[in-house]
Design a protein around this ligand. Sequence first.
Ligand code: ADP
Ligand code: MG
Length: 253
Amino acid sequence: MDLLEITDLSIAFAGLRALERVSFSVREGEILGLIGPNGAGKSTLLNCVSRVHRPTSGRIAYRGENVLARRIHELPALGIRRTFQNLELFKEATVRENVVLGGTSRYHAGVVRDLFGFSRRFQASAAARADELLRTLNLAEHADTVVAALPYGLQKAVELARALASEPKLLLLDEPAAGMNPEESRRVGDTILTLRKAGITVLLVEHDMRLVMSVCDRIVVLDHGEKIAEGAPAAVRENPAVIAAYLGEEAIA
Ligand code: ADP
Ligand code: MG
C-alpha cells in the first residue's frame, strides 16, 4: 500500500473539467513532483487531497483510509499538512507566533485556538519547539519579526516552517519557491531533502524546474486536467508529450 493513493479523480467547476480521471500514488518517504502548465489542475488536486474541494468522482486514500470521509480540520491530526500557492499566514503576528500556531493542531484536534487560551507551560514548550525549528531552517534571526515586514521569499519560507511545526507525515507543497530568488529556491530544495531524511513524504507542486529535477524521486505531469506522464525526472524531461505541453521552451534553451 502506498501512503497516498489517488484513483480516477475528477472535478469540474461550472462545466470546466479541472481534473479528469487522474490516478497516481505517492510512496512513503518519496518526494513526488507534480508539474504542468498553468491551469493544468495542480492546485485543484492538492485542494482535493486537503479537503478544500470535494471531487466529482474518484478516490483518495491515505494509509488505505478514505480521505474524502474526513473533514478538513481532521487532516493535521492524521499527519497531512499543506501550504498554499498564495500565502496564508497571520501577517500581523511574528514568525515565531506563526510557527507556534502551526504546531497547535497536533495537540488540539485541528482547532486553531487563540494563543492565549493555552496553558503557560504549553506556550513555553511550543515556543521552544518553534525556535528549534526556526534554527534548523536558518530563520532564527527573524523569530521576533512581524511576518508582514519580511520580504516575500522569507514569508514563503515561514509558511513552510509553519506547516512543519505539526510534524506532518505527508506534506503538500503548492509552489513553495514561487517568487524566490535562486539562492532562496536552493534553500527550499535543501529543506525538502532534509525532510526526506526525516521520513516526511512530500507532494511538490513547483514551476522551478531546477528545484523539481534536483529533489524529486518521481514526477507526475498534468495538462488540461489529465495525467500525461509519470516517471523518473530524467525520463519525464525527455518525454515528447511533456516537452510539447510544458517544457518546450526550456528544452530549446
Ligand atoms: P494549476 O494549479 O495547475 O495552475 P488550478 O488547479 O489552479 O491549476 O486550476 C485548474 C483549472 O480549474 C483552471 O482552469 C482554473 O481556472 C479552474 N479552477 C480552479 N479552482 C477553481 C474554482 N474554485 N472555481 C472555478 N474554477 C476553478
Ligand atoms: Mg496552482
